[in-house]
Design a protein around this ligand. Structure first.
Ligand SMILES: Nc1nc2c(ncn2[C@@H]2O[C@H](COP(=O)(O)OP(=O)(O)OP(=O)(O)O)[C@@H](O)[C@H]2O)c(=O)[nH]1
Ligand SMILES: [Mg+2]
Length: 230
């Protein structure tokens, strides 16, 4: 939920996906990237990681980031616990009545053997978001673990999104807000598209809020330049 406090704006961004798809690793890598090099987004304070001894998230992870171009804009970033059986916890993070999510990054374990589990996680997200994905909640996809063998690619996942009515054709006004599908690796040493995908999600969260009043902005023509300014 967009929170205004002391002249600052706080947007809530959630990493969602099946257990062990890489959400916590992505957040940790994002934290390191934005701490170590000069980026448009910087971390504020430390990450809060709540995990089991196995490394699986037990409740959630949380971090606060700030836009350096628009210093009043902050991002409250969460990862959900992806393991099966944690649905109530995920609901608490994603859809708390007074703190709903402003943008979501769906993290896929790209290995083909996990296709069904990824789909199950996507369906749960759809149910939880109650038909608001893309229309009101901007969505980005990370096909993670691309460094491994036997993986799916963008075209494969686009078919899934089409099947789930999460992909619009060019004549539809929502076409420009179709999820961008990034092929990522979350491991710090081999990192790929971790910062880029978060940056795009953050940008969309601001645009939906500023230009769309909480919905996908479709009536106004936003030029690339004005989008870049955010
Ligand atoms: N090879 C490879 N391994 C990855 C990648 N991302 C994460 N991992 C590994 O996958 C395992 C699970 O990663 P986590 O980040 O804990 O996954 P998660 O999505 O947070 O899992 P839950 O908290 O249970 O939902 C860890 O051993 C990570 O090191 C990646 O891009 N490539
Ligand atoms: Mg985790």
């Amino acid at each position: 939920m967009v929170i205004y406090k002391d002249g600052k704006i706080y947007l809530k961004i959630v990493f969602w996906g099946m257990g062990a798809s890489g959400k916590t690793t992505i957040l940790k890598t994002l934290y390191r990237i934005t701490k170590e090099s000069k980026k448009d987004i910087v971390p504020i304070g430390e990450l809060q990681i709540i995990e089991k001894a196995s490394g699986a998230t037990l409740y959630f992870d949380r971090g606060l980031f700030q836009s350096t171009k628009q210093k009043e804009v902050y991002y409250r970033v969460y990862t959900v616990a992806g393991q099966k059986g944690f649905t109530p916890l995920r609901k608490k993070i994603f859809d708390k009545t007074d703190d709903q999510t402003d943008a979501v990054i769906f993290v896929v374990d790209s290995r083909t053997k996990f296709l069904e589990d990824n789909l199950e996680s996507l369906l749960e997200l759809k149910t939880m978001a109650n038909d608001r994905l893309i229309k009101e909640i901007p969505m980005i996809v990370m096909l993670n673990k691309q460094d491994l063998d036997d993986i799916i690619d963008e075209e494969d996942f686009k078919l899934i999104l089409k099947d789930e009515k999460l992909w619009y054709e060019p004549k539809n006004k929502l076409y420009i807000w179709n999820p961008i599908i990034y092929t990522s690796c979350a491991l710090y040493e081999q990192k790929k598209d971790v910062y880029r995908s978060f940056h795009e999600t953050a940008r969309r969260a601001v645009l939906y809020h500023v230009y769309g009043e909480g919905k996908a902005p479709i009536e106004i023509d936003i030029s690339k330049n004005s989008i870049k300014a955010i």
